[in-house]
Write a protein that binds this ligand. Sequence first.
Ligand code: ADP
Ligand code: MG
Length: 367
Amino acid sequence: MKLTVALISLGSQSSKWTADAMRKYFEEVDEINIKDIEVNISSKDERVFVQGKPIKKYDCIYVKGSFRYAQLLRAITTELKGLCYMPFAPRAFTLAHDKLLTQLSLEQDNIPMPLTYMAATVSSAKKILEKIRYPVIMKLPQGTQGKGVMFADSYAAASSMLDTLDALKQPFIIQEYIETDNVDIRVLVVGDKVIAAMKRKGKGEEARANIHAGGKGEAYEPDSFTKKIAIKTAKALGAEILGVDMLESVKGPHVIEANISPGLQGITEATGINIADKIAKYLFNQTLNYKKKDSGDKKENVLSDLGIVNGDLEKKHEIIAKLDFRGEKILLPEIVTKLTKFSEDEEFVIEAKKDFLKIKKMETSDK
Ligand SMILES: Nc1ncnc2c1ncn2[C@@H]1O[C@H](COP(=O)(O)OP(=O)(O)O)[C@@H](O)[C@H]1O
Ligand SMILES: [Mg+2]
């Protein structure tokens, strides 16, 4: 099948590699810069524009970008949902790009993470600092590449950092320090598999193991429990492609961060695995599955249009009825509610055009 894909990103090296790899599988690959995108939220017509023109129809759209674009990424994917295959639920962008929101959602799935504290005022934050064990970590919820992570080995150090953060009006979280001799692991989840992992060690005395902070990466094979935690993390956040940062201490693995737009250079170099190719191939196969499902649906619609009810009567019913209109709104017959078991608190994908309407329950529900 000939399939088309758009990669919406900031055009980093990792994105270029991914786009090149996608050319092996997809018929057409468009690279779109996130800065050229405009979204008309709740518009009755087109909602996503590229350089002022409605976005083309694609079979797959892969959206990437840094935390600065988290809200835009969520808006784009919300507005395009149901129109093509995308590897992320819209919520994934705002959750993954904020360490506090990540932790709050992972906690619900019992995913182990370091103990983390938050407070509204400096004086209540200092009360936390008085009672916790040192060293302690202080983090900006939206930092990346190790830049928003600070270590304090005493109350005095932590307290002075706190005053500085407060003076800058910078939100922060306080976190338990997990002892791993400055080593962390980056696990790359694609679909329901771990496709690559590396161990990173901070340079010299540097406790941050990020490659951007001078850390060195080497290939690593996590045990099956650690892999399971990483896969569960990706599922919980609604991301089919995710870089999960973890610390493996004597107390077991702890997730510290989720990277929804993971850099590919460091991990490709450390593992020798062609990660861009694995991602491209996965996206292609998922798009194929999505298209097959879609055309299966279409066939059934044609049959029921002809008055032929396909398959089990218990499963699908054709109803001939007049529709009730309340002003501009359409009211469906009560039997439709009974058959579909749709309920008010669920979300739906509505496909509509002239003379045609289809309503489908959304597969991954937003938390
Ligand atoms: N709770 C912690 N205990 C020990 N080291 C930590 C902790 N949190 C972060 N680190 C170190 O700091 C690095 C960066 O933290 P991370 O939460 O991944 O943020 P970033 O978005 O900056 O990568 C980690 O790779 C790890 O080496
Ligand atoms: Mg990290």
